[in-house]
Design a protein around this ligand. Structure first.
Ligand code: UDP
Ligand code: MG
Length: 320
């Protein structure tokens, strides 16, 4: 059976770039269906992540111009991860495969051919991996690659240099739907679902137009979430560190008592002050890390909806 493909594209304030990139996605669907790899029921699904500019109007008029364009709109801005999730959940019952990709033209759409081929060969998840980071600044490249290594060190199973450009089959999405967490880190979650997977490589380019909506602050938040949503290793490391410090303290106390009994004690201001600073600092830091997890548990127990769709473009298919 020829699979139906849905390309899921999160958009946030992208009025500058969307009119340029949307036809490329449609063209890709056209090419792939002409090659007989995907069916005529394939679609380009935009997810407007509560944009404040005319992004939704652009999506609506695209949908009116061609039935292969569709759009859903989030009731407010919830961030990239939630937008992708909303799109995937919307698509999962309607298609056989999804490919999530950013709308700014940075990810090379020609990798989609290989992704679909890999699916036809039996892979259920195909990760798009950046082969080079030439267009990134040194700072971004250094921090990003260091971060992937850190994640791995924390025991999080991530594909090196893979962001959110990936093919996922409807079969995987069906299982993925039962991952109910609200703190999303999709690139760390999909490997947990399992199934046969592979990677395809592509070069990441510059944004075609508009500007990035991932300032350093958002990037750090995602990086932090990535670790604390996927791994409890930091807490374990704290425990080990605490044990070591406690052991040393115990030895130190014994030494202090013996020294005091021997009567040879001097004014120990420096050592006392050092120890107080050290223990105080370490405790504060560790309380912060533990607090981070407690905060996460708090949000998870609330189990608030991860996305709310306020509008959909008209589905022409449904009409007689
Ligand atoms: N995006 C989103 N919601 C947000 C921020 C970004 O849906 O709150 C989308 C954005 O429209 C783009 C993708 O996520 O399609 C990646 O964002 P961007 O290109 O700004 O990030 P960068 O590539 O610079 O990391
Ligand atoms: Mg981008």
């Amino acid at each position: 059976m020829i699979p139906a493909l849905y390309i899921v594209i999160p958009c946030y304030n992208e009025e500058e770039v969307l009119p340029l990139t949307a036809p490329r996605f449609l063209q890709k669907i056209d090419d792939l269906s002409r090659a007989g790899k995907i069916s005529g029921e394939s679609r380009v699904l935009f997810v407007d992540d509560g944009s404040k500019d005319s992004t939704w109007e652009i999506i609506s008029s695209l949908a009116a111009s061609d039935r292969r364009y569709m759009g859903i709109r989030q009731s407010r801005n919830r961030g990239h991860q939630n937008a992708v999730l909303a799109g995937l959940m919307e698509a999962r019952d309607k298609c056989d495969i999804t490919i999530s990709i950013d709308c700014d033209g940075q990810d090379d759409i020609s990798a989609m051919d290989e992704m679909v081929d890999a699916y036809l060969d039996g892979c259920e998840i195909v990760y798009g991996v950046r082969s080079k980071r030439d267009t990134d600044t040194f700072f971004k490249r250094f921090t990003a690659e260091g971060y992937y290594k850190l994640l791995r060190g924390m025991g999080v199973d991530v594909v090196f240099n893979h962001a959110d450009y990936r093919l996922v089959s409807a079969r995987v999405l069906k299982e993925f739907a039962s991952f109910k967490e609200v703190n999303l880190f999709l690139r760390g979650m999909f490997p947990l679902v399992g199934f046969k997977s592979t990677s395809v490589y592509y070069e990441r380019r510059e944004r075609i137009a508009g500007k990035s909506h991932y300032p350093l602050k958002k990037m750090l938040a995602l990086a932090f979430d990535g670790i604390t949503s996927m791994s409890v290793k930091p807490i374990r490391m704290i425990t080990v560190f605490g044990l070591i410090v406690s052991a040393f303290s115990f030895i130190a106390i014994l030494w202090i008592i013996i020294a005091a009994l021997g009567g040879g004690t001097v004014d120990g201001w420096a050592s006392t002050a050092c120890m107080m600073c050290f223990i105080g600092g370490v405790q504060m830091l560790f309380l912060g890390v533990i607090g981070e997890y407690v905060g996460k548990i708090y949000l998870e127990t609330k189990a608030r909806p991860r996305y709310i769709i306020s509008e959909r473009t008209e589905d022409k298919q449904a009409k007689p």
